[in-house]
Design a protein around this ligand. Structure first.
Ligand code: MV4
Length: 507
């Protein structure tokens, strides 16, 4: 096993990886930018080195400087976290050349999955179910012919894209040419690669992904699915495991496909195979993410595995310590991504000083955080503060637990999306697992967040009705402790409640 690992990231994921290192007796090395001197990941690490100025290009994306630090401090391996350099095959190659182990898949697998058309071709050959469409880049004329053949609406996508970038929905033949041209120039601008392909449009799909894990000896297992349909602008907001629509038989089929996809790509370490699932529960390969994902904790909670421990063991050459039949799913986990952003102002980033922080804990609650009270959230990076994860024996109890944990959570001094989660978790469609990738947009279109004083009577009635329905179905599930409408608590009333319980002394 490695004695020292450098974590080329910041925030909650850097802290998460350092915790695993500490548990395994591995020394951890933080790197940081000028504005991150006082960040939590710096004080969590055993050693820390300055990379450079705030802009990511000069700090967390600065390959030369990161490898120089690894060399100087004697780190044998680099964990890239997610984002930044995590899916950069050139970085993985540079690590190998510098004699430092990149904790992730082989660069060849990262390259293959980085090109959506190359990935589609390879996955098709491997027998992975695919949305009808092209397996390679197309000209406008070819796209028009293919769209006519598979039928409108179609989706135009950039081969170098992913995560929704450079994507266009085309509803009728008359729009194809201009959409193609827009998507192509956008792709050229963003990725310096204008390759465009086309797929049949799947309406209001669910986004369900399978976690895979492979060692460097050819063994690959799947660790169940994550339901990631609650998202906004291709940013996931809530994830859960398992998915309410995946039964054992569907899980086995999706898992077998994901393992096949990973094996045919020569994959090793942690990876995720993303699927679109249509209204008839048909699933189609979308893309493969070659990194540890933000939402990995929900899989950890339902499998009882520690994915970062396993990543470290795999990278150091160990075989997978269990077989597929040893993997058992138990209970239900839900994750909320807590952001410094203002849900009442179009989710505008809201960096600033965290003046007060009350964190949730107690049974079945995990908080993976990168912040502390008194810290100032910089405006230079993604404003995710923490992930709140609730775990319980079943979905409705996990929802109740998450609502309780959200009520305990108080982040003062900056705007956060906490009120949005309170709203989602009491929505009857969420409670009943009637979610697809359009769920959150529909909810947001229906009205302002519950914290706003601008709610009209109709909105209040709608919220009350939703609350009542949610509470009623929670009661049907199990605990009937709550009165309809009784659990609506604002940040302010939380403060009052806290003050009161402190006054009474230990409630
Ligand atoms: C699609 C689709 C419908 N049909 N492809 C969005 C992110 C990118 N990875 C692929 N995406 C989609 N591709 C076809 N053929 C709908 C989406 C999509 C989506 C996918 C996953 C999660 C959220 C989404 C939100 C809107 C659209």
């Amino acid at each position: 096993m490695f004695k020292k690992v450098l974590i080329a990231n910041r925030g909650e994921i850097a802290v998460r990886v350092m915790r695993a290192c500490r548990e395994m007796g591995i020394a951890s090395v933080a790197v940081y930018s000028d504005v991150d001197r006082g960040s939590l990941h710096v004080s969590t690490a055993d050693e820390a080195y300055l990379l450079g100025p705030a802009p990511a290009r000069e700090s967390y994306l600065n390959v030369g400087r990161i490898l120089e630090v690894a060399e100087k401090c004697g780190a044998e391996a680099i964990h890239p976290g997610y984002g930044f350099l995590s899916e950069n095959a050139r970085f993985a190659r540079s690590c190998a050349e510098a004699g430092t182990k990149f904790i992730g898949p082989p660069p060849s697998a990262m390259e293959l999955m980085g090109s959506k058309t190359r990935a589609r071709t390879a996955m098709q050959v491997a027998g992975v179910p695919m949305v009808p469409g092209s397996a390679r880049g197309l000209s406008i004329a070819e796209a028009e012919a293919m769209a006519a053949q598979i039928g409108y609406p179609v989706m135009i996508k950039a081969a170098a894209g992913g995560g929704g970038k450079g994507m266009r929905l085309v509803s009728r033949p008359a729009d194809l040419k201009s959409s193609f041209e827009t998507a192509q120039s956008e792709a050229l601008r963003s990725f310096n690669d204008g390759e465009i392909y086309l797929e049949k449009f799947i309406e209001n799909p669910r986004h369900i992904e399978i976690q895979v894990l492979g060692d460097e000896h050819g063994n690959v297992v799947y660790l169940g699915e994550r339901e990631c349909s609650v998202q906004r602008r291709h940013q996931k907001v809530i994830e859960e495991a398992p998915s309410a629509i995946v039964d054992e038989e569907m899980r086995r089929r999706m898992g077998a496909v994901a393992v096949q996809a990973a094996k045919s790509a020569g994959y090793a370490n942690a990876g995720t195979v993303e699927f679109l699932v249509d209204g008839k529960r048909n699933f189609y390969f979308l893309e493969m993410n070659t990194r540890l994902q933000v939402e990995h904790p929900v899989t950890e909670l339902v499998t009882g595995l520690d994915l970062v421990h396993l990543q470290l063991r795999i990278a150091s050459g160990e075989k997978l310590p269990f077989r597929q039949e040893d993997v058992q799913l138990r209970g239900h986990a839900i994750e909320c991504r807590i952001y410094a952003e203002d849900p009442d102002n179009n989710f505008f980033p809201s960096p600033g000083k965290i003046a007060k922080l009350l964190r949730p804990s107690g049974p079945g609650v995990r908080e993976d955080s990168g912040v502390y009270e008194g810290w100032t959230v910089p405006l230079d990076y993604d404003p995710m503060l923490s992930k709140l994860i609730a775990y319980a024996p079943d979905r409705l109890t996990a929802i109740a637990r998450m609502r309780r944990a959200l009520d305990e959570y108080f982040i003062g001094g900056i705007k956060t999306n906490l009120p949005l989660f309170r709203r989602i978790l009491e929505h009857p469609d969420f409670v009943n697992a009637r979610i697809d990738t359009g769920f959150l947009d529909r909810l947001l279109a229906a009205g302002a967040t519950s914290s706003g004083a601008k709610n009209g009577m109709a909105e209040i009635a709608a919220v009350s009705a939703a609350l009542f329905a949610a509470t009623a179905s929670l009661k049907n599930g199990q605990n009937g402790a709550s009165k309809p409408g009784a659990e609506k608590r604002s940040d302010a009333s939380l403060w009052k409640r806290t003050a009161r319980s402190e006054g009474v002394g230990g409630e």
